[in-house]
Write a protein that binds this ligand. Structure first.
Ligand SMILES: [Zn+2]
Length: 587
């Protein structure tokens, strides 16, 4: 399976290029790909592409038998720039920490973690584990404060004139505008953009003493509001003053570990230090004068090369409006994994090229996505496609590749739901049973009487995801509430046609009590009433049948749930149960 996916999709093509480039630059060494994440607040779902793009490429390279390091740089030594809104356990008093490294800011109240960065990192680490993403995490706080980059810092200071000259080519240019395809950037995407490490686009400043690509964190207040006032290349003596607290001191950079290179120098320094071959970045990093482009020139100072760095488009969220109002924030990968299996989330990234934008569904669209996913699974499995009611046919090579990348990694398959019943059916069952698991199991066991589910565990975790989706993202007015009592008035007002249709349905319930049987029955009743066989196909029927079916379905919804519409009728009937259906239909 691994071999068959070669050269059939974007992941394979990047893998080809990355392997070739790695063998040219560092023959015989593990291939290095990288991502950067800033734990400046909750790491949003929009930022997951920063990890998934290199992950998928790294995974393809591993499948081909090469050694790969996927570095995730935790940009936790970046300055705390603002207090994000809507974080539990955080108030305005956190503003006093602005300017300190993210690892020096207290965690939200009640957190089990020692600081701000660790708190927000942990949720991402958990989500990445569930997604099967294998990586080497690198804390930039640990790197800088232990002096790992000492040589690189001294080198950058020595070559500050060269760095300044490169940066200067861009300083005269106007700040890059948004590209046209970014017009529809929504709130979540903007947040994601801000969350990325490069957002500050900081290139250091030129004081009266000249340009310095390095900024110390103040020895007194811990903030980066410092100005380097002098530097001696021979002794490495550096003097700075702090504009926040007035503190000033002279340190020896050859033994000082409390500061960092400015972002536009820091990033290319790390490309060279780690030998990064592949590191994609968001569109905001790729415009003229952006950190990726400037970094391509600065990396030469460190005797390194720019990685292959495709630009990726932003990922949007559908169903956000409801979310924002109810949750006061944009979703994280952990939020997505509460309502969908990791396979589905992986698939969304695998099937789209990085430059294609797409949306992750938190609204009704998730049901359609799952239908599409199950249909693909059926095609890939071959022959079993009939079982989930699709037309069969074989999957295209690109689709098979995306599927293969979604269900597992080079390390093996991800844990899966033993009986992956349709998500929309599970959602309906969870909706109607409102947390009563015995009832849910009863309904699920009746879906396919020939091969009944006997333990809810077989439908998990997909059942839990569908239940979480219903409970968290489906608005109250779209929830299904089965009538307690029959609608006597409506039943009394029925004409001959309505009464006969209901009788046909009720008489067929016992013999058709399964998902397939009830599907046949509810569609068949209007056909039989019109003088056709219940098995007649669309071609054999007049178009009016569709109208008759719609009218009949609307009647059933009114009698069962008091609305025009609801979950698919066969599922709804199973969920309500035979006895109660009979009662509500006036028997
Ligand atoms: Zn200070």
């Amino acid at each position: 399976m691994a071999q068959s996916s070669e050269t059939t999709d974007w992941v394979s093509r990047f893998a080809d290029d990355v392997i070739e480039e790695s063998e040219r630059r560092a023959p015989g060494k593990p291939v290095v790909v990288a991502s950067g994440l800033s734990p400046s607040g909750p790491i949003h779902l929009g930022n997951l592409r920063e990890v998934m793009t290199p992950h998928l490429v790294a995974d393809e390279i591993r499948r081909r038998g090469y050694q790969v390091r996927h570095l995730i740089s935790w940009d936790d030594y970046d300055r705390y720039r603002k207090v994000p809104a809507g974080i539990a356990g955080v108030d305005e008093s956190w503003a006093e920490h602005i300017g300190k490294p993210l690892t020096s800011v207290p965690a939200p109240k009640g957190s089990a973690f020692p600081n701000w960065a660790e708190h927000f990192k942990s949720a991402m680490v958990e989500a990445l584990a569930e997604l099967g993403v294998e990586f080497d995490g690198i804390s930039q706080t640990a790197q800088y404060t232990s002096g790992v980059y000492r040589e690189q810092i001294l080198h950058a200071m020595k070559h500050r004139g060269d760095i300044d000259a490169i940066l200067d080519q861009y300083r005269t240019k106007k700040a890059p505008g948004k590209k046209p395809q970014q017009k529809a950037v929504d709130e979540a995407e903007l947040e994601a953009e801000e969350g990325s490490g490069a957002a500050a686009e900081d290139d250091g400043s030129s004081g009266s003493a000249g340009y310095f690509p390095y900024k110390p964190y103040c020895g007194e207040c811990g903030k980066d509001l410092t100005t380097v006032t002098s530097y001696d290349d021979d002794t490495t003596e550096l003097s700075y003053t702090c504009t926040a607290c007035g503190f000033g001191e002279t340190v020896r950079l050859s033994e000082f570990n409390r500061g960092k290179l400015v972002w536009k120098v820091d990033w290319p320094m790390r490309w060279a230090y780690e030998g990064v071959i592949f590191e994609p970045s968001g569109v905001d990093h790729s415009s003229p004068g952006s950190s990726f482009q400037v970094g391509g020139q600065i990396v030469g100072i460190f005797e390194g090369k720019q990685p292959i760095g495709p630009m990726y488009a932003f990922v949007g969220i559908s169903g956000m409006a409801k979310m924002s109002s109810s949750r006061g924030g944009v979703p994280t990968p952990g939020d997505a994994l509460k309502i969908m299996e990791p396979q589905l989330l992986r698939w969304l990234y695998a099937r789209r090229r990085p430059n294609q934008s797409f949306k992750i569904a938190f609204d009704q669209e998730i049901q359609r996505l799952y239908d599409e996913w199950d249909k693909l699974a059926g095609k890939v499995a071959g022959g079993t496609s009939q079982a989930i009611g699709t037309g069969g046919g074989s999957a295209l090579p690109g689709d098979v590749a995306a599927y293969t990348r979604a269900v597992g990694t080079a390390a093996g398959e991800l844990p899966k739901t033993p009986r992956p019943l349709p998500y929309r059916t599970l959602a309906s069952v969870a909706d109607i049973t409102a947390g009563h698991q015995d009832q849910a199991l009863r309904i699920l066991s009746e879906l396919d009487p020939a091969n009944p589910i006997t333990d809810l565990a077989d439908a998990r975790p997909r059942y839990d995801k569908a239940e979480a989706w219903i409970n968290t993202y489906v608005p109250a007015d779209q929830r299904t509430i089965v009538r307690e009592e029959p609608d006597a008035e409506l039943l009394k007002s029925l004409d001959e046609e309505g009464r006969e249709s209901l009788r046909l349905l009720v008489d067929g319930l016992a013999d058709n009590w399964s998902l397939d049987g009830l599907t046949h029955l509810v569609y068949g009743v209007p056909k039989v009433r019109a003088g056709f066989s219940a098995d007649a196909t669309a071609k054999e029927l007049p178009p009016e049948i569709k109208t008759a079916q719609r009218t009949f379905f609307a009647l059933l919804y009114h009698l069962l749930v008091g609305r025009d519409t609801g979950p698919r009728l066969p599922t709804l009937l199973l969920a309500v149960g035979q006895e109660r259906v009979r009662a509500l239909l006036g028997e």
